[in-house]
Design a protein around this ligand. Sequence first.
Ligand code: 5CA
Ligand code: ZN
Length: 408
Amino acid sequence: MDAWPTCAVPDLPGEGGPLRLFDTAAGEVRATAPDAVARLYVCGITPYDATHLGHAATYLTFDLVQRVWRDAGHQVHYVQNVTDVDDPLLERAAHTGDNWMNLAEREIQLFREDMTALRVLPPDEYIGAVEAIPEITDAIERLLEHGDAYHLDGDLYFPISAAPGFGSESGYDRERMLALFAERGGDPQRPGKRDPLDSMLWQGRRHGEPFWNTSLGAGRPGWHIECSVIALNRLGMGFDVQGGGSDLVFPHHEHSAAHAEALTGTAPFAKHYVHAGMIGLDGEKMSKSRGNLVLVSKLRGAHIDPMALRLALLDGHYRADREWTGGRLPAAEARLARWRSAVALPAAPSAEPLLAEVRAALADDLDTITALGAIDRWVATARDRPAGDPAAPTLVRDLVDALIGVAL
Ligand code: 5CA
Ligand code: ZN
């Protein structure tokens, strides 16, 4: 399906260094080492409600990954999915009496508009689960042929024993896996499974639910195989970064990696598994199911400058779970106004050292707090002493645009 329009990224003098990121599987910050074309997969939305600030913060995180890689001289091949058929979407549609396809289309369109307003660079390939059904069924056929899938009352399951590396992405022990599996869409209690942690690859047709007639029979794909196949068929095994929020560490990213490992007989699925912290409101994770949402589209509707929103969300470490509070927006608006006044000056102190500082901070596991602080310091000095280099304000405008994604 169509993604959203891109925005130009200014070229900066020189080149940034290699991006270091925390890898969940390794449990430490490691350098990414992409080839000329860096390969990025980020899990997309399940379009049953509008984009909230938690989603926005996660997509902004991976937008920075893309920007830092580009600045280091790489091209980026970025793939994102849309889970446009799944239980939460169907449940919401049933609840509101909406047609599930209309609901999905509406929310995807709103997401595109939110991402455009926030200046998030679009994926090169934006792929819905529904449009990927032929390639997903093809992959499940191959798993069946190799004995890496089994039938259970009309559904198909993946035995975790088919992936020797199962567990290496999250590093969780079995007790924790079982608890999270039950919480996040798994069915550990279902009788007849070989292992409670086995996940559903294909769900046979259910009464009143959408289904597709395929070589596997009538039904629809499971969630993890969707991301596995969409990523594998476009990026290949061993791509650079698999991204998402930390609620996807288990079971989603563990199972996606396990499916890919069974399909190819190789590992790893991704070289880095990178997870953004959860944005909370009033002490709870912001989530569509809890309903405690601050929506990007609502803030846009209230004429909040999306650049202030972007700054507010980047003023925290991407890996930290953090609270959204009402005070963050006015603080970001004031910061944005200061920055804008500084880049409008006819001359200012040299910005070369600032460029080096911002590059170094972002390359160090996306340390946006340090990067924004460095820009604040340059802005304060420039406003005090608006003289020196006439090219400096433009360079700062460009670096804030290219690396932070904020148009001043
Ligand atoms: N469609 C699946 C992924 S394949 C999905 O998780 N969709 S979602 O709409 O629920 O979430 C979209 C992205 O936002 C995921 O990466 C998820 O981890 C992230 N996310 C959800 N809630 C929050 C939150 N409160 N804070 C930060 N990120 C969040
Ligand atoms: Zn996913």
